[in-house]
Design a protein around this ligand. Sequence first.
Ligand code: ATP
Ligand code: MG
Length: 606
Amino acid sequence: MKLAEQADKTDKQQAPESHEAANGTGKPARKEIIKKFPVSCNLPNYESTYATFSWEEAKKEISYFAEGKVNAAYNAVDRHLHNGRRNKVALYSVDAAGKLAKYTFQEMHDEVNKLGNALKSLGVKKGDRVFVFLTRVPELYIATIAIAKIGAIAGPLFSAFGPDALKDRLHDGQAKIVVTSPQLKEKIDGIKHELPDLEHIIVVGGNAKDYKKGGMEIDYATLVADKSTHLACEQMDPEDPLYLLYTSGTTGKPKGVVHVHADILGQHMTSKWVLDLRDDDIYWCTADPGWVTGTVYGIFGPWSNGASCVSYEGRFDAESWYALIDRLKITVWYTAPTALRMLMKAGDDLVYNADLGSLRHILSVGEPLNPEVVRWGMKVFGLPIHDNWWQTETGMQLIANLPCNPVKPGSMGKPLPGVYAAIVDDTGKELPAGELGRLVVRPGWPSMLRTIWRNEPKFQEYFKIPGWYFSGDNAWKDEDGYFVFVGRADDVINTSGHRVGPFEVESALVEHPAVAEAGVIGKPDKERGEIIKAFIVLNNGYTNSEQLLSEIRDHTKKQLAAHAYPREIEVKESLPKTRSGKIMRRLLKAWELGLPSGDISALEED
Ligand code: ATP
Ligand code: MG
């Protein structure tokens, strides 16, 4: 970023106001606030909107057919052909080699229709499951929208899945069709005999000669070549399924979450308010559509708002990422804490050498966002990073740091208008500000999960106490209504009678300049119940030594209450993560205790 621009941005965003240390009690500690000067944004007044908002009223923003029928795909693409955005770029797709392809809404619509007609010609009917197993190429986007448009159920799959992860999902989801590429197809070849419902594999970018007429495998280009660009959109009941998304598998076996076409209302409103998308934005969601963020905020939500979306097929690399922001003049950037920590590890010089002056709004989701990372963002980008909280099950952001509100580093923000979130005890009784408890939400937001695919009992578990959706996360709320994530309910550590969330210990650790990443667990201890053990990855230029570890320990002791510092610290080359980039603390624990690893189909293999 050019220094002048950076200074200008920092002018508009005040640095953190005060900075109090975390205290390791699971209770409020930080009083740090990043105040923002009034900016024009799509949701300018949180309080008054929260007080008066109704989902019924918000439906005006969505295009419905007669008798309340709807289709998320129509809202994402078709309607922009009639509202002045026909020739606007819908998708900037940059392949792994850096080649750029552009699709306007009209072009996207035509490609979608051809594939929709092709799928119908193969006998795909409303409710059939069509999975998409592609890297981030335009056909991924075309296929996802086409599947929804004909009323089938889309099943996005992350391209890095190995055969086991793939089989679990295709088998559980009873896939009828998979859309894939020649390279990725090899992973399906070994498992297809175990998929009784699979009828066809559509191959994108292959050699047409390789696929026999009438065979199970079909060349995409040949299939769509003679298909019409006209296709009537299936008018769906709002409660009809839209897609089947598997959770990240951080806490156990991934769950197949079923969402419906009614979700588009929540996706639209949150993209408008939280992502704050406007017509001149170039928006990049770094998440792969194999995960909920990539599907909801990489496709449906932003497109429903008519935004120009960026898709990047390449892998993570700090320099390439910054170069992409500069090349496409990206203005709104939605990414994840793990990526931000890696960017931080790659060093500030890379940021200063790039021109990132186009950025105006940065967001993060998926894991707790360490305050240190927010401070780093202020320093190098001159912008606060807006954390927000949601889950595959919630289908849309529910708690967020909105552009109109001050950011409190370490907090996920406030519940969005139309969302009532609370902290409760195990009986469902609401707890006052400052008390640690279960993070729950009042059911009824439009994108709430409708069931777990073929597992209704699992679905019921989320609603074990009437009137609440149980998220499985622990948190507390401060006096201003900001929610602070403490940990997964399963990860909370009980040491000497105190409950400690791994997040605050990890955040204290990454504040030390030598620590790039940290994963913290409770290790059984006769005297204390559990002691805190930290696994850390060192930043470039630091070597493991007793002296360094004791320095890090002393640093965290200053930050945290006496019982909450890590008594044991182990340096690792990397931490086990899900393929969506989340630290798998349950694996660290299993390894530490010599226990079985459990379901590791979600484990990143690199
Ligand atoms: P599984 O449910 O299979 O164990 P998962 O919970 O990681 O996997 P996702 O639905 O992708 O699957 O992730 C949702 C979870 O991610 C949340 O429940 C929460 O634990 C974590 N999370 C998401 N956003 C945030 C955030 N802003 N701060 C802290 N944690 C977050
Ligand atoms: Mg979960």
